[in-house]
Design a protein around this ligand. Sequence first.
Ligand code: NAD
Ligand code: DAU
Length: 338
Amino acid sequence: MKVLVTGGAGFIGANFVHHTVRTRPDAEVTVLDALTYAGDLGSLAPVADDVAFVQGDVADAALVDGLVADADVVVHFAAESHNDNSLADPSPFVRTNLVGTFTLLEAVRRHGVRYHHISTDEVYGDLPLRDPADPSTDVKFTEETPYNPSSPYSSTKAGSDLLVRAWVRSFGVRATISNCSNNYGPYQHVEKFIPRQITNLIDGVRPKLYGAGLNVRDWIHVDDHNAAVWRIVEDGKIGETYLIGADGEESNLDVVRTLLEVFGRDAGDFDHVTDRAGHDLRYAIDSTRLRTELGWKPRYTDFREGLEATVDWYRANEAWWRPRKAETEAKYRASGQA
Ligand code: NAD
Ligand code: DAU
């Protein structure tokens, strides 16, 4: 099977390529990636001999047409992915997330190629914080939750999902969509919450919490996400959306406290910094469809254990993250979030 992986030099895409090389020797993998600030060929170094790499833009119709013509399946990870960046400058988000997805859809339509679209739970907006005294707060996102995105990032992802749905219905494109919750694991850019705090702690710097830190994210290990993506590519129903999540709800404050414990630091050894504009309160995924229809279940069920393994990875791979750290923190200083 020939698999075209867009965004394969980014965090989840690179882990998907590693997972695929490890578990599917029959797959011929080609990565298409523009190598933006978020892409790193070093993330593919351990599998460099097993994959073909093409540097290019998913919105480049001629390039995409040729690559799609030669593929059996396209798994589309490439995106501008960071909410804070989308608040500073939304324009690349519109181009990559919307025009890029449109470009791929037109190519898979022309060539009759199977397409899987990687998306996010943020398309659904946010949920109220849980309150044990109020049963109406005991809710999660399902495949039926109405779209209600909050940020430029999530609105472009929502738009891209809707393009996919329209291309399935209007043109018979063979596509599936998955909306996953927050991923953690190796090769995640130091701009994101968990790697930012881990690398701060390695440097002896206090973790930075937006606002009060009460916002909740539903954490899943990146390998569990990618195992689910393969189940959907293989056996997912065309036109269907699958939510991917591992019941990993944690407040940002609790994540920071756990990291402080892992690093042997005092529980109060962190800073509150300027909150994110429009900051979503809580995400939580009901992944019943994926579990019952496709038999998927997460392997990483102990968040602390997964976090410790991730800390070990960042400790052992400083050469991978160090070149991006200073520049990333400079951006956060400029926005008052350092
Ligand atoms: P990332 O920012 O780490 O990687 C994105 C990759 O896409 C980079 O390698 C970058 O170079 C590439 N890219 C960007 N613009 C491109 C373009 N125009 N053409 C070709 N390549 C381009 O992102 P990630 O965290 O790995 O997210 C991957 C996908 O998963 C995204 O679609 C994101 O919306 C989705 N997602 C992410 C999470 C998460 O927690 N990180 C959760 C759910 C869904
Ligand atoms: O839910 C899936 C989404 O998860 C993906 O679609 C996005 O691509 C991915 O970036 C992620 O979005 P978030 O905005 O939830 O992730 P981020 O790592 O930026 O932030 C996680 C939480 O931590 C959020 O509530 C903001 C907070 N935060 C973030 C940073 C960088 C902090 O408190 N301090 C920080 O320094």
